[in-house]
Design a protein around this ligand. Sequence first.
Ligand code: PLP
Length: 308
Amino acid sequence: MSAPVLILVNKPAVGIDVPAGTQPEFERRDPGEPQLSVLDLGTTRGDGVFETVMVSEGRAPALAAHLDRFRASALLLDLPEPDREVWGRAVEAAIAAAVAEAEAAAEAAAEPAVLAVKLVLTRGIEGSGRPTGWVLAQPARDFTAMRREGVRVVTLDRGYRHDVASTSPWLLQGAKTLSYAINTAAIREALRRGADEVVFTSSDGFVLEAPTASVLLREGGRFSTPSAEVGILPGTTQRRAFEFLRSRGHDADALRLRASDLQRADAVWLVSAVRQAVPVTELDGRALEVDLALTDDLNAYLSARQAS
Ligand code: PLP
């Protein structure tokens, strides 16, 4: 396994200058050395945003969509606007360095490397007014078996109404914040209930998302996903999955979906950048159809090199 590549972004936001004494807009640092202050609000408050980008064969097919969402998340938190050009260049540099690392590692010859590239922007050290940014590229977790075997899912109430994003925007629903403790607690609850994963529902009965994935449903040949207006993260993978499904002549729509729609669905997938599409084998104890041929084709499309 090759080592992670860390790039510190010295010019993370528009209107933020490179700090005195540091010339480049970003620079490679040693991920094994301490790089982050214990006073950083990203660590003390989870006050920041992130993206995880899938890189296959050296290409990030959804990078533009991730950079768009990174900006949208930052603005929802009133963080300074990420400098898109700088982040784009930093990500490309991290990918190039990580691909070189992987090629140098002996085992890389067997499988083309899939990387997970994380972009993080925090509010920075308290009182400094200077956000902290970095890019970390590392070999991705291998989801091959999960894409074939699927996951068992339970629905859990997130405790917010479907319109929470407009009634209580300070809850930051729809932003990809660093505060994922609730998301991981929900997955632990799924494990306690004998399942692997979660689909959240709103307190008033709408389907939302998984803790780290979007949800796709199929009922009678029609595909759907919850629309982003119910206070969920607009998924980059869901968007690409719909491109694929429509190119195959399927209807695929973002809708307000009731929990009863989920219970009626004949097939369900969880989709996210690095995991890609994983079929749900069981929903609240009910066995679902698993379409392995479609799942394989969808995953081949998602890992294709071209930009979408
Ligand atoms: N919803 C949540 C809460 C997520 O954390 C994620 C990804 O991590 C997604 C949806 C899927 O987003 P993407 O397909 O862009 O990875």
